[in-house]
Design a binder for this molecule. Structure first.
Ligand code: GP9
Ligand code: MN
Length: 644
């Protein structure tokens, strides 16, 4: 027999053994393959349930990538344990997807740990659960019923045939599947983070995150953020820190004597309007012979106008502006306060007014869950939130419902509210990138036509027009006779990469970082019945100061505020989240650790006094963070604030 034939015969003899090994491996993995396939299918089914304006099949890659690392881990378990664990995993995924589906049908949002902790939200879903269940939800559970007997039969078959994955094979499969999954999923998340840099920590748009990364990744990120924030909050807060907070808050209480406009608004209605991307540089300016904001200019003239008012937002952007204006607490050091602190107890303006017998409502014509508003507005004390689904979206400009329709519809609701009321309106149409097109009307931005600045001017001109109509109507029908109106901008309009356009509009040559900072003002004005108290207040101030200022006007006691009453404190301090601050004379820019004299615009050396102010700014930010991270308002810190 030739050696060739010998080798061939030997190989031939090995074939049954190889075939057995292959079969053993295939049958050994079958439980994992089948249940993984079912879980992927269920996740896709869920994707279809929330599929508004997107194709759920784009989710296949992130779903597979996010599940693979866990599937890999299952290979480490021996046969029987693995099958049991897989079954439990399938059941858990099914329950989560089903709960998420019901929650979405009710809130148009994804469940989060914050939402689960907020019993009121779950109560809403539970109370009408039967109406939220649809027949096709059976897809989440049908396999589980069929699977049990099949698994048993299959296990008996494998035992009979002696198909079993050996230890070495299981470890190899674990390394392969787990490693591939971690790498592939990491790439999906990395790419997402490049495109939407802040979304993973701010969680501003949970729905979008789920639509791009899948349900599994969303929950993992939610759990990660929650755990990180909890760990931060669990670092014990010392008795000294608590005392420091108490001492600070007590020192920051307004003095009773000689208050300007104290109680001037007591018992009156309050309409507060936060205008998207409204900035000071557009006020009282014209282009091409046309005023950019003719209505705001007119209303400013008959109001108490603050022309040195800064936005102080951080990663939470619009929601930070809302948070500060209603709470006078600093935005979160990372992520968004509206996500991180939605489970806290807050001594917010709406809560305070509600305690005084006001009816309270928030209005915003966009997706309710955006910036976690549907949760945070309840925490802040709004009786009702009129979000996108409460409006008839009959006219759209830019991101969604037009300011025109928003104001028209909100007006009807506001006028049906029981008095006194607090209505908080957040506009939308003048949102970046200001591509409202024809919807914005025919404002001619002259030399700025075709640039981002030109588009902004069109957008803000449109917002001004709609706001003007709204205020004029409220004036004509007598609403303003017993209503105080507050209007302010939320944050920057022009991103830093387009700074040149802003400098050229503002006529700034050889810009410095101080010029940039000084251009970050937003207008704020308070209109009183009968145009009373009109005038211009030049105090350096910001969004942190609105609540204490209104608390004085409405005669409310607020004990947990870090801002100042602009009208009475005599202070010009404004602290920004990055540690920059001004005292009205000097501006400290934390990015370059530089002090500027505001009057001369020259750099000045650090003095002991400035150094102390810099440290105090950091200290105040820390105290506010501690108060929020440890939910000290909920703990009743004020009970222990010593009497003056
Ligand atoms: C949408 C709107 C936008 O609800 O408030 O938020 P922003 O992107 O400006 O932070
Ligand atoms: Mn905004």
């Amino acid at each position: 027999m030739s050696s060739r034939t010998k080798k061939y015969k030997q190989l031939n003899n090995k074939i049954p053994a190889i075939m057995f090994k292959l079969k053993e491996m295939m049958f050994g993995c079958l439980d994992v393959i089948i249940i993984t396939g079912l879980i992927i299918a269920k996740n896709l089914h869920y994707g279809k349930q929330i599929a508004e304006y997107y194709n759920p099949y784009t989710l296949i890659i992130p779903i597979v990538c996010s599940i693979l690392p866990l599937v890999g881990i299952f290979f480490l378990l021996k046969e029987e344990k693995r099958v049991r664990a897989l079954f439990i995993f399938d059941l858990a995924v099914s329950l989560i997807l089903f709960a998420d589906t019901a929650y979405f049908r009710y809130f148009k949002d994804i469940t989060s740990i914050g939402a689960v902790r907020n019993g009121a939200l779950l109560g809403g879903v539970m109370s009408c659960l039967p109406s939220l269940i649809k027949f096709n939800d059976i897809a989440y559970f049908i396999d589980l019923i069929v699977l049990l007997p099949l698994i048993k039969m299959f296990a008996a078959y494998k035992k009979r045939k002696k198909y079993k994955l050996g230890g070495a094979v299981r470890v190899m499969l674990f390394l392969l599947v787990f490693g591939t999954g971690v790498m592939a999923n990491g790439k999906c998340i990395y790419n997402f983070n490049i495109e939407q840099p802040l979304l993973l920590t701010t969680m501003s748009n949970k729905l979008f995150l789920t639509k791009v990364l899948g349900n599994f990744n969303y929950h993992t990120i939610d759990i990660y953020n929650y755990a990180r924030n909890t760990i931060e909050a669990s670092k014990p807060v010392s008795a000294e820190t608590k005392q420091d907070i108490r001492t600070y808050l007590q020192g920051n209480q307004p003095s009773d004597s000689g208050s300007v406009l104290a109680g001037a608004g007591e018992g009156k209605n309050l309409i507060m309007i936060q205008v998207e991307a409204l900035q000071q540089f557009a006020i009282n300016k014209s282009v091409n012979g046309q005023e950019i904001t003719p209505n705001l200019n007119r209303w400013i003239n008959k109001s108490l106008y603050f022309d040195n008012y800064y936005y102080q937002v951080s990663a939470g952007n619009t929601s930070d502006a809302e948070f500060m204006s209603n709470n006078s607490l600093y935005p979160a050091a990372s992520g968004s306060a509206y996500y991180r602190y939605s489970g806290n107890t807050l001594d917010s303006l709406p809560n305070k007014l509600r305690n005084e017998g006001y009816s309270t409502a928030a209005f915003h014509g966009y997706v309710e869950s955006f910036w976690n508003r549907n949760i945070m507005y309840q925490t802040e004390g709004f009786d009702n939130f009129y979000g996108e689904t409460s409006f008839n979206v009959d006219d759209t400009v830019g991101l969604g419902l037009s300011d025109k329709s928003f104001f028209e519809q909100s007006k009807v609701t506001i006028q049906g509210m029981e008095e006194p009321y607090f209505s908080f309106l957040v506009t939308l149409s003048s949102h970046y990138p200001f591509d409202g097109g024809a919807g914005y009307g025919d404002f001619n931005a002259g030399e700025y036509e075709g640039s981002l600045m030109g588009d902004y001017l069109k957008g803000i001109h449109y917002a001004d027009q709609q706001l003007g109509l709204f205020l004029d109507e409220l004036e004509e029908d007598g609403t303003l006779e017993d209503t105080i109106v507050v209007v302010y901008g939320d944050h920057s309009a022009i991103p830093k990469e387009y700074a040149d356009q802003l400098y050229s509009f503002a006529g700034v040559e050889n810009p410095t970082e101080l010029d940039w900072q000084m251009l970050q003002e937003v207008p704020m004005f308070i209109h009183f019945p009968g145009n009373a108290n009109s005038g211009v207040n030049h105090t350096y101030s910001g969004q942190m100061d609105l609540y204490p200022t209104l608390a004085n006007i409405f005669n409310l006691e607020c004990k947990y505020t870090f801002g100042k009453d602009i009208l009475n404190s005599g202070s010009q301090k404004v602290i920004f989240r990055n540690g920059s601050f001004t005292d009205g004379n000097t501006f400290y820019m934390s990015g370059s650790n530089t002090y500027y004299d505001i009057a001369t615009e020259q750099i000045v050396a650090e003095t002991d006094q400035l150094k102390a102010a810099k440290e105090q700014a950091m200290n105040e930010l820390n105290l506010s963070d501690n108060l929020l991270n440890h939910d000290l308002i909920g703990e009743g810190l004020e009970q222990t604030i010593p009497e003056e």
